[in-house]
Design a protein around this ligand. Structure first.
Ligand SMILES: Nc1ncnc2c1ncn2[C@@H]1O[C@H](COP(=O)(O)OP(=O)(O)OP(=O)(O)O)[C@@H](O)[C@H]1O
Ligand SMILES: [Mg+2]
Length: 477
């Protein structure tokens, strides 16, 4: 093509609104579409301008935009954060302008939600959480937050949530306390003959929110088994008594989310939002059967508008436009449009700040946050002096200096004995629960037979309480 022709094409593309091709595909739709090949066919060198969407059955559509329609997003407003009649907030938009909603409360069943937002580093998880947190505050919903990047992921949340903790240990205290609260509500509601949750009657809707949840759930985390169990427990018991759970996690692999079970539970009944992913993550999602549509998700590029061009040898390379600019682009996998590209609205300032981001502070508003801090629950010390409870928040130690808080130390492989003792640290377990805990603690597969033998050896060594009528396995009193 001559330079003049190229320029003409360029102008035509700039003026163009959008080209649309309705396609009839083979039965069952296109699996594993090759997006690059499609762009080649259409002679479009910026893949983010081409959007392929598989409809039901044999319908599909290809739309070619002058620029990716999600390239520019408007800022989120307080109106977006108001719960609508379906208990949802507007958190962004699909590529065709339809609002992207996130359910915070289900007015029909009264259920609290389970939400997981995951993607690679820098994809926009924490900003999305900030919108959720601000929405909670504005709607009288109580939040107990663990910001496991030492409080740096969502710094503006401090003072705007009922409970604010920053270490793994405190996060565990928070999870235990939330489970205890859910159980208390469960029993109280059962006594009242209630079958569901009525918001603010008499209890408020509450959420446990964990940013960087992977730090609790990844292999090598000393709390992996217990955290996975407590999170599932909140998902199960908490939901119907108005205590929900929201996780934001950086995940390169399902193992970093406590294994596939955590996500499976979320996918079944929760909301799952996937931001920019790594190829390894996609492989494990599809490999685990968690994402049958995975192959049809058009990749989210790190940089929108980047055309891959071959440069002449020695030609100067312009890298000025190579900064990531696709943060917040996502798929809402459990919505009605799981394979439609969407993006969160702009949340906060684009440039970094000294101190708190004023735009985000404004979203929260200056009123005090609703609710009371949770009293964190810690396991009884080994000498059996009873459990400690501590007020959530800032009276506690922070950061990596904590004893027993190996945030970044690689874990040594543990023996089965050590793993069993660790799993029982937080309380007695039935054999089935112990096996389940060992399943997700990051160690080797533990067979029922060897677990039974090891339990009786430990009982012989008086490291476990003797067998009793309850059938539970526990540490000695
Ligand atoms: N919705 C958004 N609106 C405005 N800017 C955003 C948005 N999402 C992300 N960004 C930009 O991208 C940066 C990274 O976003 P964020 O901190 O939310 O990513 P993350 O997925 O939590 O990353 P990490 O895994 O490192 O915690 C932000 O500092 C901000 O500049
Ligand atoms: Mg983050």
């Amino acid at each position: 093509m001559t330079p003049a022709a190229l320029a003409k094409k360029h102008v035509a593309e700039k003026q163009e609104v959008m080209r649309e091709y309705m396609l009839r595909t083979r039965p069952g739709g296109v699996k594993g579409a090759d997006h690059d090949a499609l762009c080649d066919l259409l002679e479009v060198d910026d893949p983010s301008r081409v959007i392929f969407e598989q409809g039901r059955g044999r319908q599909a559509v290809v739309r070619v935009f002058p620029v990716n329609p999600l390239a520019k997003m408007r800022a989120i407003t307080l109106e977006d954060l108001q719960l609508d009649e379906n208990g949802c907030i507007r958190i962004g938009s699909y590529y065709d302008g339809e609002p992207l909603r996130m359910r915070v409360h289900d007015p029909e069943t009264g259920n609290a939600q389970r939400i997981i937002i995951f993607g690679t580093t820098g994809a926009g998880k924490s900003r999305a959480l900030q919108a959720f947190l601000a929405a909670c505050k504005r709607n009288g919903i109580v939040v107990h937050l663990a910001d496991l990047k030492g409080g740096q992921s969502v710094p503006e949340a401090k003072g705007n949530v009922a409970t604010h903790v920053r270490t793994l240990k405190e996060a565990m205290g928070l999870l235990r306390a939330a489970v205890a609260k859910a159980e208390e509500r469960f029993n109280r509601y059962a006594d009242m003959g209630r079958s569901g949750f009525l918001i603010d009657n008499p209890d408020p809707l509450e959420y446990v929110v964990i940013d960087e949840a992977n730090r609790l759930l990844e292999k090598g985390s000393p709390f992996r088994a217990e955290a996975a169990r407590l999170i599932k427990e909140i998902g199960r018991t908490g939901r119907s008594v108005g205590i929900g759970i929201v996780l934001a996690a950086q995940a390169g692999h399902l193992d970093e989310l406590g294994g596939s079970d955590t996500l499976r539970a979320m996918l079944k009944e929760g909301e799952v939002i996937l931001l920019r992913w790594s190829s390894q993550m996609m492989a494990s999602l599809v490999g685990d059967g968690l994402l049958p549509t995975g192959e049809n998700l058009q990749p989210i590029p790190k940089i929108l508008g980047a055309a891959r061009r071959i440069q002449r040898w020695g030609a100067p390379v312009d890298r000025s436009k190579e900064r990531p600019n696709s943060q917040g682009m996502c798929y809402h996998l459990t919505s009605a449009r799981p394979s439609s590209m969407a993006r969160f609205f702009l949340i906060g300032s684009l440039s970094p700040h000294e101190g708190f981001d004023p735009v985000i502070r404004q979203l929260y508003g200056s009123a005090p946050p609703p609710g009371q801090p949770l009293k964190l629950i810690y396991p009884p010390p080994k000498d059996g002096q009873g459990g400690q409870a501590a007020e959530g928040g800032d009276g506690l130690e922070y950061g990596g200096g904590d004893e027993g808080e190996p945030e970044s130390l690689p874990a040594m492989p543990k023996t089965l004995k050590e793993r069993i003792l660790a799993a029982l640290d937080s309380g007695p377990l039935s054999e089935a629960d112990l096996l389940a805990a060992l399943d997700v603690d990051g160690g080797k597969d533990a067979k029922r037979g060897s677990v039974r033998t090891t339990v009786s050896t430990l009982r012989g060594e008086e490291k476990l309480a003797p067998k009793d009528a309850s059938g539970l396995i526990s540490l000695p009193m």
